[in-house]
Design a protein around this ligand. Structure first.
Ligand SMILES: *Cc1c(COP(=O)(O)O)cnc(C)c1O
Length: 423
C-alpha cells in the first residue's frame, strides 16, 4: 500500500462515502510499463485488455506506446475507443463468430484460432473488399509441438496444432499460385502457453522455442509480418514469491532475437502482458457492516466481497477443497492461497491508523471475513489476525488491479456494480 499515491486518511474518507470501491494508481502502472519497455529492446508490447479494461488504464498504456491484445470483439471496440490504432490491436480468441469478425473488421489484426476461422475470415474479406484490393493479412494462433518448461505438447482448445497448421499453410502459400484462400494471407502467428511465470530461465527457453517455430512458419509463409509470443511474465503475489528479474530476461530475449533478426529483419516481435502492468496498481476497499460471534468464531461482515472481488473468495474455496495439498494455480481464477494482502483502516474515532495483517496492535483478534451474500462460500479470509474491527472501519485488499472488478459476479443477488477510481 506504500506505493500508492494516496493517504490512508483519504482512503478511509472515500470508504465512508462510497462503501466499496476499486482504486487504480496510474503512476504505478506507468512505472511498470516503462520498466518493461526499458528492459526489452526490439520488442513491442501488447496490453492484455481482459485483465482490466478500465478506460483510463487503456489510455495510459496507449499513450506509453503499448498495443492492445483483445480477447473479444468487445475488447477490440474498447481499445479503439481508448485511442489504439487498428495496426496496434490484435484480436486473439477462440470461437470468433461471423458477427465478431464483422464488428471488428478494419479495426484490428485478426488472429484466427482455427483453420475454419481462416476460411470464414476469407469469406468476409470477399464480402468487404473491392476486387483489386490487396489481400488482408491475418495471423494464426498455434498450439506448438512443445510444452512449457520441458513439458510435452498438450491438447488445447486454443489455436491449431503445429503440424496441422504447417500442412494448411504449405497448401495456402503453395507453389504455382495454388492459393485456395482468395482474399486473406496468413502472415503472422501467435503462441501463448502460460501466465504468471516467475522463472527467468523458463521464459527464456519458451521464447527461444517460439522463435524457432516462427522461423519454420516464416519459411512456409514467405516471411511473417509479426510473431506474438504471448504472455508469461508474472508478478509476486504471495509473500514468498520472488519477483522476475526483467532486465536479465530482457537481455536474454535480445540475444535470442539476434539470430532470428539476421534472417527476418522485418518481422514485428511482440509480447503480451496484462497483470504485470496493473495487478499491483489496484486496491479494493470495502467497509465493515456488522460483526458477530458464533460458536466461538468471530465473523466480520463486509459490505462487498466475492460479488465485487471474486478471487480472494475463490482462493479460500480452492484451499478448502484441496485440503492438505498445495493447489496448483489456474489462471486467471486462482493463483495461490495467500495471494492477497489485507490492511485495515480504522474509522475516525477508532485507532486512527492503518496496519497490515501481520501488523502489531494492542487489540488484535482472530476473525473470519465474510460478505453479505446468501452463500457460506462468501469468505475472503479465515482465522486471520487483524486489529479489532467495528462497523465503519475499512478493509483494503491489495493485488486488485488485474482480474478483479472485471472477473467478479457483481450482478449476483442484485448487488451493485463496483465503483472504480483512477488517480
Ligand atoms: C489472459 C491472457 C494474457 C494476459 O495474461 P497475464 O498473465 O495477465 O499477462 C495474454 N495472452 C493471452 C492469450 C491470454 O489469454
Amino acid at each position: 500500500m506504500e506505493r500508492f499515491n494516496i493517504t490512508s486518511d483519504r482512503l478511509r474518507d472515500m470508504a465512508e462515502e462510497y462503501g466499496s470501491f476499486y482504486l487504480y494508481d496510474g503512476a504505478i502502472i506507468e512505472g511498470q510499463a516503462k520498466s518493461l519497455k526499458e528492459a526489452f529492446s526490439g520488442i513491442d508490447f501488447l496490453y492484455s485488455v481482459k485483465c482490466n479494461p478500465y478506460p483510463k488504464i487503456l489510455q495510459t498504456l496507449c499513450d506509453l506506446g503499448y498495443g492492445a491484445d483483445a480477447a473479444s470483439a468487445g475488447e477490440v471496440l474498447r481499445a479503439e475507443e481508448a485511442g489504439f490504432l487498428p495496426e496496434d490491436i490484435y484480436y486473439v480468441a477462440p470461437g470468433k463468430t461471423r458477427s465478431d469478425i464483422r464488428r471488428t473488421w478494419g479495426k484490428c489484426t485478426l488472429i484466427a484460432d482455427s483453420l475454419d476461422e481462416v476460411r470464414w475470415i476469407d469469406e468476409e474479406a470477399e464480402r468487404a473488399a473491392a476486387p483489386d484490393d490487396a489481400p488482408i493479412h491475418i495471423g494464426l494462433r498455434i498450439n506448438p509441438d512443445f510444452g512449457f518448461e520441458n513439458g510435452d505438447p498438450a491438447p488445447s482448445k486454443f489455436g491449431v496444432d503445429e503440424d496441422q497448421a504447417i500442412a494448411a499453410l504449405s497448401h495456402w502459400h503453395g507453389a504455382a499460385g495454388m492459393m485456395s484462400l482468395r482474399r486473406v494471407s496468413v502472415k503472422g502467428l501467435q503462441v501463448h502457453l502460460r501466465s504468471q511465470v516467475l522463472d527467468t530461465e523458463a521464459l527464456r527457453i519458451y521464447y527461444h522455442k517460439v522463435l524457432e517455430l516462427a522461423d519454420r512458419f516464416g519459411e512456409v509463409c514467405g516471411g511473417l509480418d509479426f510473431v506474438d509470443m504471448g504472455s508469461g511474465i508474472g508478478v509476486p503475489y504471495a509473500p514468498g514469491d520472488q519477483p522476475l528479474d526483467i532486465r536479465t530476461l530482457g537481455k536474454a530475449v535480445e540475444e535470442e532475437l539476434c539470430t532470428f533478426r539476421k534472417k527476418w529483419p522485418g518481422t514485428r516481435i511482440m509480447i503480451e502482458t496484462g497483470r504485470y502492468l496493473t495487478c499491483q496498481a489496484g486496491l479494493f476497499v470495502t467497509t465493515v457492516v456488522d460483526r458477530k460471534v458464533s460458536c466461538g468464531r468471530t465473523y466480520i461482515i463486509l459490505r462487498d466481497t466475492m460479488n465485487q472481488f471474486l478471487r480472494p473468495s475463490l482462493a479460500r474455496l480452492v484451499v478448502h477443497y484441496a485440503r492438505e495439498h498445495a493447489p496448483e494455480g489456474r489462471e486467471p481464477l486462482f493463483t495461490a492461497a495467500d495471494a492477497f494482502p489485507f490492511w485495515v483502516v480504522k474509522r475516525v474515532g477508532g485507532a486512527d491508523k492503518s496496519s497490515g495483517s501481520a501488523g502489531a496492535s494492542d487489540r488484535m483478534e482472530t476473525v473470519t471475513l465474510t460478505g453479505r451474500l446468501c452463500t457460506a462460500a462468501d469468505v475472503i479470509a479465515e482465522d486471520v489476525s487483524l486489529p479489532k474491527l467495528s462497523p465503519g472501519d475499512a478493509v483494503i485488499i491489495g493485488n486488485a488491479g488485474s482480474y478483479a472488478a472485471t472477473l467478479s459476479p457483481w450482478a449476483f443477488s442484485s448487488m451493485e456494480k463496483p465503483t472504480e477510481f483512477f488517480i
